[in-house]
Structure formats: structure tokens, C-alpha cells
Design a protein around this ligand. Structure first.
Ligand SMILES: [Zn+2]
Length: 413
């Protein structure tokens, strides 16, 4: 019936489950023949924290740890996640919090933020149990360990896998059409995705879903005008590294890059949209906080940043980027009044800080925080199709105005 093989190589736990086929597949899975995760549970017993994934089918899982911040990564094949839409992960014991979702095509991932240095003491698979109604379960038991031991074992299981950059989806990747028309190229970047949910609203709204829906609506509005060639960095619920988002804009020789986000903050009365451009020096503490948060997307998804940390600084000292920065600022300033026509905006709406996703040296780039998922009014707006339509149209008017200004300038020269 069940063959369970697991091998433990220092910090690596591989689980291979081969099982019979009597389990009904979920209705209309997003991934053909993929098992579903139907529940995620956390328990604490004495010194042990138990993390359980309940699944409908056969699955192979690999776990490894990463340091700074301390995380446990569980890599799985593509799965459907059939959790309640308002399910919000919370922590317990050694699990500070966790996230789940698609990491790259064919590869789902769970990222657990550890509350302290910890090791997997045991992992095993339990078959379905008719008596309790439980389905297949993968169980990880975590125990506290010393920081030194944790660091010694942390790292990629094998040689570091080729960065997702190589295997990441490359939506719209076919080479840009030969420049046979004068259409401006706009790359719209739906923030977060897959294993990185972004901010989470009071009603469980995920930023990653809000940004994707808005990016699609904006893309449709721009294409409908016939004036633009539009590409999305992602058109599904999948994780993409920040540097890959920048690379997509550059590969398309984009004339504009627009990264779409929604914010969250402790104070629930704060609401409104804001627009950000790149700067080495943040305009205020709030902008610096936001940039730190948005720049953590790769860490959140369990990516090792290696030596990338100083990239923003390195690029900023390049004077060649000054023109791009100027254009980014002017685009932001053109955009804001249009946004303010249809939705509340923050005071000092245009702010700047060191956002990694805005660092293409040759593509004018802005990051738009469309509102706060922590504000109930904004959360209603951000999840409304009507709001998306009118806001996308307002942005399209801003984009039209920006290019009209550029053309007028070019004609005057
Ligand atoms: Zn964001």
C-alpha cells in the first residue's frame, strides 16, 4: 500500500510517498492531476512544534533551512491549495508565521519563519484514516537548536539551484516586435505572487491577488487604446524575484515600468494611494519602511539574496541613470492628479526610497501603492471590479499625458 522512504542528509529531508489511487481528485484542479493541500495545522506538545500539511494525493517533499532570517523551506511539486479564502496563517511555538504558494512552474513551496533556531527532528507521512476522516498528511516536528548548529546546517540542499531567473516564467518573452511601429512599450508588474502573498487585509484579502487583478485591468485598458504594447511580469499566481521583474522590463525595452502594490500599516484609519520613485535617500521614515518591506519579497519566498544588497546603491551612483530618474519623477507627478480624481491619495503622495524593483537604469519606473489593505474602506475598493476599472482608466489618462508631454518636448527640440 504505502512505501515511505526518507533520507536525511544533514539538513535535508526528502519524503517520497507512493500511494494507491483510490482518492478522488478535487473538482477542477488548477494543475492537472496535482494533489491538493486541504488543510495546514500547527500543534505544540512539550518542546516540539508540529507542522502538518494535509493532502489529497501522492507528494514528494524536500525541506531545508536558510539563515538570516531563519526559515524552514518545504519544496513540493505543483499543488492546488484548497484552503478557505479567509484562511490566514498564524504562528505557534517555533513557527513564527508561514506562507505557501507557487514558487516557480511545477514547484510549490511553504516558507516557515522560525521563531528561533530550530531543526526538523522528525518527519513522516500518515496515510488517510477513515476513522478520523483525515487524508494524507506530511508531518514535520521541529525542536529548538542552538544558533551555531542552525547556521551550520542552513543552506541549499544541493548546489544552490539555478536561480529562478533561468527557469522563471517569462510571460510575453518572445522577442519584442521589430520596431515597425511607434507604440510605446509598458511593462506592468503585479507585486508579490505565489509563495509571497504581500500584505494581508482585515478580511483576508491577499495583496498578490489585488495586484494581479489590477495589472490585468490596466493592461486591458492600455491595449484597448491601441497606443501601447503592454506586457505583464506575471499573469498567474506565481512568485518572481525582484531582479527578474526588472530584467523583464529591460528585455522588452520598456518605455515605462509600473509596479502595482497595496500597503498595510498598524494604523487602520490610514488610507489612500501613493506613488514612489527610486532614490538612495528615502523621502521620509514611512517611505523607508515601505521600501524595506517591499524589498523583502525575495526573502519572504525563501530566496538567498547573496551579494545583491548593495545593488540599489551601486546603480544610483551611475550618473547615466539621472535622466531615467528625472523621467520617473515626472511620470509620477503626471500620474498623481489623475489618480486623485478617482480615489483618495495620501498626503505627500509622491515619495521616494530605495525600492529594488525600480532599479532598471534605463527604464523610467514607478511603484504605486494603490491603498491600504488594513483600511476597511480601501480593502473594499481594492477588491472591487468597478474601482479597478475607473482607477485603471485614470492611470491610462496619466500615461497618455506623460507620453504627450514627451512628444511635445521632442518636437520642440
Ligand atoms: Zn507590496
Amino acid at each position: 500500500m504505502l512505501h515511505l522512504v526518507w533520507s536525511i542528509r544533514t539538513h535535508v529531508i526528502s519524503l517520497l510517498v507512493v500511494l494507491a489511487t483510490m482518492l478522488a481528485a478535487p473538482a477542477q484542479p488548477a494543475h492537472a492531476n496535482a494533489p491538493s493541500v486541504t488543510d495546514v495545522r500547527l500543534g505544540k506538545s512539550g518542546e516540539t512544534t508540529r507542522f502538518v500539511l494535509e493532502l489529497s494525493g501522492k507528494v514528494e517533499a524536500k525541506a531545508f533551512t536558510l539563515a538570516d532570517p531563519h526559515r524552514l523551506i518545504i519544496d513540493l511539486p505543483a499543488l492546488d491549495w484548497e484552503l478557505a479564502s479567509d484562511f490566514v496563517p498564524s504562528g505557534r511555538g517555533l513557527v513564527g508565521s508561514f506562507r505557501y504558494g507557487l514558487f516557480r512552474p511545477g514547484n510549490a513551496r511553504v516558507v516557515i519563519d522560525l521563531a528561533g533556531p530550530a531543526a526538523v527532528s522528525r518527519s513522516f507521512v500518515l496515510p488517510p484514516d477513515a476513522a478520523t476522516g483525515r487524508n494524507w498528511r506530511i508531518v514535520f516536528d521541529l525542536v529548538a537548536t542552538s544558533d551555531a548548529a542552525f547556521r551550520q546546517n542552513a543552506g541549499w540542499p544541493d548546489a544552490r539551484p539555478s536561480a529562478p531567473v533561468a527557469s522563471a516564467p517569462q510571460p510575453d518573452m518572445p522577442a519584442r516586435q521589430p520596431v515597425s511601429n511607434a507604440r510605446k512599450v509598458i511593462v506592468i508588474d503585479a507585486g508579490h505572487g505565489g509563495v509571497d502573498p504581500g500584505a494581508i487585509g482585515g478580511r483576508g484579502t491577499r495583496e498578490k491577488n489585488v495586484t494581479l487583478a489590477f495589472a490585468k485591468t490596466l493592461g486591458d485598458a492600455l491595449r484597448a487604446s491601441g497606443k501601447y504594447e503592454v506586457h505583464l511580469t506575471r499573469d498567474t499566481d506565481i512568485f518572481i524575484e525582484l531582479r527578474e521583474r526588472v530584467a523583464i522590463a529591460r528585455r522588452h525595452n520598456a518605455d515605462l515600468f509600473i509596479s502595482v502594490h497595496a500597503d498595510s500599516i498598524e494604523r487602520r484609519d490610514v488610507r489612500g494611494a501613493s506613488v514612489y520613485t527610486l532614490s538612495e535617500t528615502a523621502s521620509d521614515a514611512e517611505a523607508a519602511r515601505l521600501a524595506r518591506k517591499e524589498n523583502e519579497a525575495d526573502v519572504i519566498a525563501g530566496v538567498d539574496l547573496g551579494g545583491e544588497v548593495d545593488e540599489v546603491r551601486n546603480i544610483l551612483i551611475d550618473l547615466a541613470q539621472r535622466e531615467t530618474k528625472n523621467l520617473s519623477v515626472r511620470f509620477a507627478q503626471t500620474l498623481i492628479p489623475k489618480i486623485a480624481e478617482v480615489t483618495p491619495v495620501l498626503r505627500n503622495t509622491h515619495r521616494f526610497a530605495g525600492f529594488r524593483v525600480l532599479k532598471a537604469p534605463d527604464v523610467p519606473s514607478v511603484l504605486i501603492e494603490m491603498g491600504f489593505l488594513t483600511n476597511s474602506d480601501d480593502e473594499v475598493s481594492l477588491t472591487s471590479g468597478t474601482w479597478r476599472q475607473k482607477t485603471a482608466k485614470a492611470l491610462a489618462r496619466g500615461i497618455d499625458a506623460y507620453f504627450a508631454e514627451r512628444m511635445a518636448e521632442a518636437a520642440a527640440q
